[in-house]
Design a protein around this ligand. Sequence first.
Ligand code: SIN
Length: 490
Amino acid sequence: MTRIFELSELIRTDNFIGGRWVPAADGARFAVTDPATDELIAQVADSGAADARAATDAAAAALPAWRETLPKTRAEILRRWHALIVANQDVLGALISREQGKPLAEGRGEVAYGASYVAWFAEEATRIYGDLIPQQQRGKRMSAVKEPIGIVAAITPWNFPLAMIARKIAPALAAGCTVVGKPAEDTPLTASALVMLAHEAGVPAGVLNLITTSRERAVPAVADWLHDARVRKITFTGSTAVGKYLARESADTLKKLSLELGGNAPFIVFDDADLEAAVAGLMVSKFRNGGQTCVCPNRVYVQSGVFERFAALLGERVSALKVGPASDERSQIGPMINARAVDKIARHVDDALTRGARIVTGGKRLTELGSHYYAPTVLADADPSMQLYCEETFGPVVPLFRFETESEAVQAANATPYGLAAYFYSNDIKRIERVSGALEAGIVGINEGALSSEAAPFGGIKESGYGREGSKYGLDDYLSIKYLCQGNLQ
Ligand code: SIN
């Protein structure tokens, strides 16, 4: 029988190391607060280098047995974990909403999304094939086998506190790796709950370890993993600046890295597009998690012939969005994660307005709701001199840029160091072929705003990072290839 937990049973405030919940070695703690109200939710372990080292020790001790576990046994454990996550969808969804602020329906949706990666990699665990290489010489057999890479350090963001850690841990466990993890300081509780369910599902002690840290102590804790040669892989979702730091600092031990970094996604609407569909696609892609998603469109390019109509249609839809606390089932946009996030949004909008942008809707803080709310905003007449052109706003703001020609739009879309997602709407089949080839991004949405799926490869190019998560490619990041050459067979 799959057990259903109460919220209080899922809230864990200690580190999980070697199968036990333990406080930080020096007893330090930091506060986790509700972004809607700033209320204290819990005081959790504030870990340092000693705790990171203890987690690695546990992962190293568990590795020899786990990597020898039969793939079908690992698959069974992952399936049980999946069943527990799904059975506890409501309570996990509520926990996500509480500590991260996304509306309840989105919190529940994230649980299903995260669980889909666990189900996917339960299946993939049993499909780690190698190759028998066509014979080159009589009496010699050459083959390639795939082996778990070793200990994986998973460092995850606050914007999808369950889905991002699930899509890193599930392939690592499926591949036969052991894991040390660190969730973002804003949202450690969901990750700890997920790890608790993994333990309940039968993941053996030491195979999965989690430490929590405050922003201040994250660097010394993570640095211990970066410099420890036993940790063979880092998987990280977060900012490009931190991704570069991880790559630099881990260089001495030449670890394999998967980096899912910043976006700045373009969204292009051509004159020949179905405008209703383009508006609907933009609403889905832009306002998911209040605009706090790496694949959210950050720059919307609209061809001049349809610019005003598109701006008006979009303005109508955006001004109807209901903003409020996650706890209110009617809310479609919740609070932003913290005060820094709201300040950045306000700075981007103010800068755009002083440089000539025009408000179609929104453009202000919603202080009557609390200190972390910003009105869903559409700005027309945006241009490249504005801060929101080159920096990710990571909030509910849509700047509309006008363009004349296809090549101008493609050039502008690619004029960024980032290359995670890009979107365009057009009904011209030849243009679809040209533009999908020309856009510099790891993920391209063509007449579609909802791109994420456990069955699809998620990841970027350029300064948006490397590596792919999900899909049939997602396991490769956790495996290394060993070439076996057997001689004297005749
Ligand atoms: C992200 O924002 O990093 C992930 C979004 C997704 O998986 O769709």
